[in-house]
Write a protein that binds this ligand. Sequence first.
Ligand code: FES
Length: 380
Amino acid sequence: MSVDHPDVPPEVPSDEDLARMDRDELVRLGTKLDGVELVEYPDPWPVKGTRAEKRAERMVAFWFAVSGLTGLAFVVAFIFWPSKYVAPDQDGYFLYSLYTPVLGLTLGIAILALGVGVLNYTRKFIPHEIAVQERHDGGSKDVDIRTVVAQLADTGHRSTIARRPLIKRSLAFGGGVLGLAITVVPLGGLLRNPHAQSSNENGLLHTGWLHHGAEKVFLRRDTGDPSQVELVSPADLDAGSMETVFPFRESERGDHEALLKALNRADNPVMLIRLRPDDAQKVIKHAGQEDFNYGDYYAYTKICSHVGCPTSLYEQRTNRILCPCHQSQFDALQYAKPVFGPATRKLAQLPIKIDPDTGYFISTGDFIEPVGPAYWERKS
Ligand code: FES
């Protein structure tokens, strides 16, 4: 096909003529109107039905099928794979720890396989034409639109997709399931109900401070040896100091595994803060938590309400609790409400008092509000 001289616009057919033209004629007209010269426009498979063509077709279908199957695996894993936090020393750790890698691997392979399938299809079945085209300014005319549509249809036709049901079906399977896999990410939360497991001790709504019957839950420090239990009394903290404490029950004494679990559980660490007497006068308590403190002693979870880093720093001078991850700050004089940074929810406060029998700190119950990241905001 030759290129008309740019200064001589090709004749534009009437609407009736356009309506009469078949796809090939429209393609040729389109290239002509666009000043395109098709240098090469070969049929990739001039001899139909050869073994090489069938092999290429199966190869493309194979990749689409892989994409579909791994996409399906992703959806199934997303919905049914057990996922919750389990400490490395607990039963089922290996299974639970595989959740994220399995999701990443299956979705990654699904996307990769679909891409490889499309690439293969393009290489093997789309005509590799060489064309030279002039640039145009301004919007498209109706004739341009119609001829471009015809060109696209022609590409589809020449790619022979219409007569390749194997590739069509496998592409529909691979692309469809991958689309489903991508959809299940935002919608999956509606299918999995994390609150369903909330009633047991390991559920999201409870921490290791959950009381079992009448057994007291003491505040202990981490001495580096789980079996060496040191309880905390008011005299252990200077005014304006902070100590990290963990739950301890007498029934766990000597039970190395239980003691280790109490120290390792992610939502167990608590900051026990002793305010300076002057500062304690300025405290504003949270409604419903007026008796959670013991005198100048306040206990807040260490788990940041932003995305869960340990809020390890207590600045005595300003009474602020600092999270090193994204610089959120919480005011210890105002029920640990956030005063700076991305966190939007207060740190959960643990209710504490002194055990009259031993003189050590005990908690009077579990946290009554969610501990950790702002995921909980989605609940209500
Ligand atoms: S995790 Fe604490 S500020 Fe982000």
